[in-house]
Design a protein around this ligand. Structure first.
Ligand code: ARG
Length: 588
């Protein structure tokens, strides 16, 4: 089905054409003076040059052709030649009926679905998730869901940091505390135990201790470095320990991501792509893209148009070790081989922008990706406390994600328990769902690239531009529909009627603009577009709700029209929050 915008443009194009002008001038934009009109067309001004005519004259001729239109009404020529207009109530009612009858809310599906990999998460194995990982998870999950709604094949990859020194540190530490374990016995030939020799909480203790020690104790640091390189060279006992670290960590990571409604299609990591590195480097050298400089292997990636310095991409250190860039390039080698994606989107802290600029350029230059493969860096800003500095615990440390989620859930529990609309055991579950919405919406409603102030008092509020406010609106609609005896869930009725009031018309119009909001969010990889849209929709609904007697409306047909509209609003809000990565509770 055509989008609202397309239907309006079609009507305008027809008028321009019959008036003797190029149809392409017939394009509408949402009015920037909503007090005057709903939409406007600036095509007459654009046509001035080509036709050598005063825009007002062109506009008047076009407006005359729109008389009696079933799509547009109140057509007026204003100012230098704007064509201002509103939609007819009939057109709008017809449009949303079609939308409601469609199981994809009139959005349609991509004609040529793309394969898109979203690289988000990036946690480092054996280290607990902390709030630094929150934004990647929340934004990446939403970008993935938006792409999926649009009809693409979306693949989320957690891209674990599972190959670095942190592994060597743990191995070195265990070799001292538990030297009798078979993993350290080089002559051991039996089967290694299936059970890990540590729990997640032990692991989370071992790592920071070992890390702190390595900074003060050079011998220990050397030991950890040696263990790291022996692990990477395939020492069997260390490989077996590594697998234990992975299993224990990944189970814990999964549980934590699950609390955020975040899940990944791929649980790959840096370790998976090490095998591609030797061939990749050899080819880069052979093709003349990489060369030795002071013992290191580098690729020049600067371009004439650069306004800031872009240093060469180092792909091998002088001691032979691979670097972060090497791993990311090798990951692209694998991704091209296994998935041949149309695009890869990296959702990572924006401070890594230069790293990705170098990696992308090196990947293009060396032909790792095709010229048409999109590489997009979606860098996000820092989560700051109310003081404007990076968010810290009260003690000044980095907050664990688990603790943070728990704190927000507890805060929500107090609120919901006080409301008395939810009882008993449901309070916990409801608090969990609402807290998740609060946390995610707070992040997503801000433009990703900007830093944002993490202010739980504000974002857990049931009023204002918050997740709970959106959920509250859905719950309110549910309760009206329930009272009406509507049990069909999202089952739809198409008894829409031309709007009878200003607030009803506004609500219908915003419903009709759903596709446009999705398009913008998708094209710009911008979940905040979805937030802004559903917030506008929720506001329009609440305004309509306060002005309208819905269930006590005596005219049955009118009432059914309201009910149909409520169902549609609910479906759109639900589709919106699903793209943001959270859900609504029954009550709250
Ligand atoms: N593990 C990395 C870090 O903690 C983030 C990984 C981001 N993704 C990537 N493909 N480099 O900084």
């Amino acid at each position: 089905m055509l989008s609202l915008q397309e239907q309006i443009n079609k009507e305008l194009a027809k008028a321009f054409e019959t008036a003797g002008y190029d149809a392409a001038y017939g394009r509408a934009v949402v009015s920037n003076r909503p007090d005057l009109c709903e939409f406007q067309c600036n095509g007459a001004m654009a046509a001035k040059k080509a036709y050598g005519k005063a825009p007002r004259e062109i506009a008047s001729e076009v407006a005359a052709k729109l008389e009696g239109s079933s799509v547009l009404k109140n057509v007026k020529v204003e100012g230098p030649g704007f064509i201002n207009f509103d939609l007819t109530e009939q057109m709008l009612a017809g449009f949303i009926s079609e939308m409601a009858a469609d199981d994809h809310l009139g959005y349609g599906t991509a004609k040529e679905p793309k394969t898109i990999i979203v690289d988000y998460g990036g946690p480092n194995v054996a280290k607990p998730l902390h709030i630094g990982h929150l934004r990647a998870a929340i934004i990446g999950e939403s970008v993935k869901r938006i792409g999926r709604f649009v009809g693409n094949k979306m693949i989320g990859d957690v891209h674990l940091g599972d190959w670095g020194l942190q592994m060597g540190l743990i191995i070195a530490s265990l070799s001292e505390s538990n030297p009798g374990l078979p993993y350290f016995d080089e002559s051991f030939e039996g089967e290694y135990p299936e059970e890990a020799p540590f729990t997640i909480s032990e692991l989370e203790q071992i790592y920071p201790e070992a890390s702190a020690r390595s900074k003060a104790d050079e011998d220990f640091r050397q030991k950890a470095l040696k263990a790291t390189s022996e692990l990477q060279d395939g020492r069997p006992g260390y490989r077996a320990l590594w697998r234990h670290i992975m299993n224990v960590s990944v189970a814990d990571l999964k549980a934590n991501y699950e609390k955020l409604n975040v899940s990944f299609e791929l649980w790959k990591g840096e370790s998976d792509v090490q095998k591609y590195i030797p061939d990749m480097l050899e080819k880069m050298e052979k093709d003349g893209f990489a060369y030795e400089d002071q013992g290191a292997l580098i690729i020049d990636v600067k371009e004439d148009s650069d306004t800031k310095e872009v240093p060469p991409c180092i792909v091998r250190k002088s001691d032979g070790a691979a670097l972060y860039a090497t791993t990311d390039l090798a990951t692209l080698v694998e991704r091209m081989k296994l998935y041949d994606p149309d695009k890869v989107i990296y959702v990572v802290d924006k401070r890594q922008g230069m790293h990705f600029e170098q990696v992308f350029r090196a990947a293009r230059k060396t032909g790792i990706v095709k010229p048409e493969t999109g590489l997009e860096f979606l860098g996000f800003g820092t989560m700051n406390g109310k003081d404007g500095k990076p968010f810290k615990t009260r003690e000044g440390g980095v907050m664990r994600l688990e603790t943070l989620i728990k704190e927000i859930e507890d805060q929500m529990y107090e609120k919901i328990a006080g409301n008395q609309s939810v009882k008993g055991e449901n309070i916990r579950e409801t608090a969990r769902i609402v807290a998740c919405s609060a946390l995610k919406y707070a992040d997503l409603s801000n433009q990703a690239t900007k830093d944002y102030i993490f202010d739980p008092d504000k974002f857990t509020s049931f009023e204002g531009n918050t997740g709970p406010y959106i959920l509250y609106t859905i719950v309110r609609i549910n309760s009206i529909l329930e009272k009406h005896g509507d049990t069909a869930g999202n089952g739809r009725a198409y008894a829409f009627r031309p709007a009878g009031s200003e607030s009803e018309k506004t609500l219908q119009r915003i419903c009709a603009q759903f596709s446009q909001a999705v398009d913008a969010a998708y094209e710009e990889s911008a979940p905040h577009r979805i937030c802004a849209y559903i917030y506008e929709l929720a506001n329009a609904f609440n305004h309509f709700y306060h002005e309208t007697k819905i269930l006590s409306e005596p005219d049955e047909q009118k009432k059914e029209g309201y009910i149909a509209l409520l169902r549609l609003v609910r479906s759109i809000l639900n589709a919106g929050i699903d793209m943001l990565g959270f859900e609504a509770p029954q009550r709250m």
